[in-house]
Design a protein around this ligand. Structure first.
Ligand SMILES: *Cc1c(COP(=O)(O)O)cnc(C)c1O
Length: 463
C-alpha cells in the first residue's frame, strides 16, 4: 500500500528526477479555498487576512512562527458534524489532534463530546468545564492513576483496549462502588489511509483486541461477567486521512457481525457502536474530502443495512473526527529567512520554524501546500522546498511546492491545514520555543496557547 495515492502530479518524485517541472496549473496569488480556513481571503493590498485581520499585523503582534486558528470556522465545523449526525448519534472530537481550554469550551458550546487519551488531556478537558459524562477515555496503556482519575471524575465511557485493562478498570470501578460504562476496542482487520484500505485477517499492531480467533468475543464474555463494568458497545478505529468509505464499510460489517454473535451467545443487544475517526482533509488542491453530511449518510446507511441483514436493532452510532474538525481551521505563519537556489534542482527556502512545529512531513511524508501571504507577486513560479532551522536534513515542512521567484527574506509565507497534529506534536528540538496558537474571530485575535519563552525552558531545567 502506498501512503499517498494521488495521481502523479508535478510534486512527484518520478517527475522531479526527470529534471523538468510542470509549472503549477493555478495562479500562485489565488488561494485555493479548499486548503484554507473559511474566513481567509486576500485584502486589496494582496495580503492574506483571516477573521478580517491582515497577516502583517498578526506577525507584528504575535511574532512568527505562529499558528492562527479561525475560530468561527472551527465552530462551524463542529456544528456541521453535529447536525449531520443528528440527535441519534454522538460526535466525539479527538482531542489529540489539538486540545486547549478554549477548544474545550468551544466544543462544549457547540454540543460536541470529547475523546481524551491521557491524564493531561483529561485534566485540560475537566479544567475547562467539559462535563465528565461527555468525555471518552482512550489509550492502549492507561495507567492505574489515570483510570482512577477518569472513574472518579465519572467519564461517560472508557474504551477498553486489552484483556488486562478489562480487569483493571473493573477492579477500580468496584473499589469506587460504580459501574463504569465501557466499550471494547476491537481491531477489525482493516487498515485505511487516504484512498486505499486493506482488509487483512490479522492485525499486527498495539491497539485493540482482534476480532480474529474469537479474541474480541472472549473480551466481551469477560466484560459482561464483571459487575464493575457496564458494556455499552464496541469500538473500531481504522486509520487516518481516509477519503474512501470502503474501509468503514468493511469495519461496520465486521462490528455488526460481532454484535449479532453477542446477541446469539448472551441474549443482549449492545446499544452502541463507535466507528472512530480518521476522516481526511485537503492538505493540497489534489485532496477532495467528503462533507460531514455525506459521511454521516454513508455510515448510517452501512450500519442500518448490516443490522437489517443481521436482524439487529440499529445501535446508536458515534464517530471521533479530530483532523476533520481542527485540521483545516489553522495555518502556520513563518517568516522567510535564508533562500538557497540549487542549480538544476530546486530552491531551499528556510523559515523560522520547522520540524519542531510541524513534524508530520518528516514523520509521515505528509504533503502540504504553501503560499506567499504578505503580498502578491507577478514573478515566475519557482520550485521550492520549505525547510526549517533545525539541525537535521529531514527538517522539511513542505517537500515540493511553487512560490514566486522574487521571494525575499522577510516575506511571510503560510502553510495551510496545520490545525491538527502540529501544535499537539510540537517539540523543543534544538531548544526551539513552541509557537503560540492564536484564535482569530470577527476582527479580534487572542492567544489561546502562549508562545514558550526561554524562561520556560530554564524553569524545566532544574540544574
Ligand atoms: C486518532 C484517533 C482519532 C482521530 O483521528 P483523526 O484522524 O484525527 O480523525 C479518533 N479515534 C481514535 C481512537 C484515535 O486513535
Amino acid at each position: 500500500m502506498s501512503r499517498s495515492a494521488h495521481p502523479a502530479g508535478p510534486r512527484h518524485a518520478d517527475v522531479l528526477t526527470e529534471g523538468h517541472y510542470s509549472a503549477p496549473a493555478a495562479d500562485l496569488n489565488v488561494l485555493d479555498e479548499k486548503v484554507w480556513s473559511r474566513t481567509v481571503t486576500r485584502d486589496a493590498d494582496g495580503a492574506l487576512t483571516v477573521g478580517g485581520i491582515a497577516v502583517a499585523r498578526l506577525a507584528e503582534e504575535f511574532g512568527t512562527p505562529a499558528y492562527f486558528l479561525d475560530e468561527s470556522d472551527f465552530r462551524a465545523r463542529c456544528r456541521a458534524w453535529a447536525d449531520a449526525f443528528g440527535p441519534d448519534a454522538d460526535v466525539f472530537y479527538a482531542g489529540k489532534a489539538f486540545l486547549s481550554r478554549a477548544v474545550v469550551r468551544w466544543l462544549k458550546e457547540e454540543g460536541l463530546n470529547l475523546d481524551v487519551c491521557s491524564g493531561g488531556e483529561l485534566t485540560t478537558a475537566l479544567d475547562a468545564g467539559m462535563p465528565a459524562e461527555r468525555i471518552a477515555f482512550h489509550g492502549n496503556n492507561k495507567t492505574v492513576a489515570e483510570i482512577e482519575r477518569a472513574v472518579e471524575a465519572g467519564v461517560g465511557r472508557i474504551v477498553l483496549d486489552s484483556f488486562q485493562e478489562i480487569v483493571r478498570v473493573a477492579h477500580i470501578a468496584r473499589s469506587h462502588a460504580v459501574r463504569q460504562r465501557v466499550q471494547i476496542r476491537v481491531t477489525v482487520g482493516v487498515e485505511a489511509h487516504t484512498h486505499e484500505f486493506i482488509a487483512t485477517a490479522h492485525e499486527d499492531q498495539k491497539f485493540g483486541i482482534a476480532l480474529a480467533d474469537g479474541q474480541a468475543a472472549e473480551a466481551v464474555r469477560r466484560a459482561l461477567a464483571l459487575d464493575g463494568l457496564e458494556l455499552i458497545g464496541v469500538h473500531s478505529h481504522i486509520g487516518s486521512q481516509i477519503f474512501d468509505m470502503a474501509g468503514f464499510e468493511v469495519s461496520a460489517r465486521r462490528v455488526v457481525q460481532l454484535l449479532a454473535e453477542i446477541r446469539d451467545e448472551h441474549g443482549v443487544e449492545l446499544p452502541e457502536i463507535d466507528l472512530g475517526g480518521g476522516l481526511g482533509i485537503a492538505y493540497t488542491s489534489e485532496d477532495d474530502p467528503r462533507e460531514p453530511h455525506e459521511i454521516a449518510k454513508a455510515l448510517s446507511d452501512i450500519v442500518t443495512r448490516e443490522c437489517e441483514a443481521a436482524k439487529l436493532r440499529t445501535p446508536r452510532i458515534s464517530v471521533e473526527p479530530g483532523r476533520a474538525i481542527v485540521g483545516p481551521t489553522a495555518f502556520t505563519l513563518y517568516e522567510v529567512g535564508t533562500i538557497k537556489p540549487l542549480e538544476g534542482l530546486r530552491t531551499y527556502v528556510s523559515v523560522d520554524g520547522g520540524m519542531s512545529d510541524n513534524i508530520r512531513t518528516a514523520l509521515y511524508d505528509a504533503e502540504y501546500s504553501v503560499a506567499l501571504v504578505s503580498r502578491t507577486s507577478d514573478a515566475e513560479p519557482m520550485l521550492v522546498r520549505v525547510v526549517g532551522k533545525h539541525c537535521e536534513s529531514g527538517d522539511i515542512v513542505v517537500k515540493d511546492a511553487f512560490l514566486p521567484a522574487d521571494l525575499a527574506p522577510g516575506d511571510l509565507i503560510a502553510v495551510p491545514a496545520t490545525g491538527a497534529y502540529c501544535r499537539s506534536m510540537a517539540s523543543n528540538y534544538n531548544h526551539a520555543l513552541r509557537p503560540p496558537v492564536v484564535a482569530v474571530r470577527d476582527g479580534e485575535a487572542r492567544v489561546i496557547v502562549r508562545r514558550e519563552t526561554e524562561e520556560d525552558l530554564l524553569r524545566l531545567d532544574v540544574g
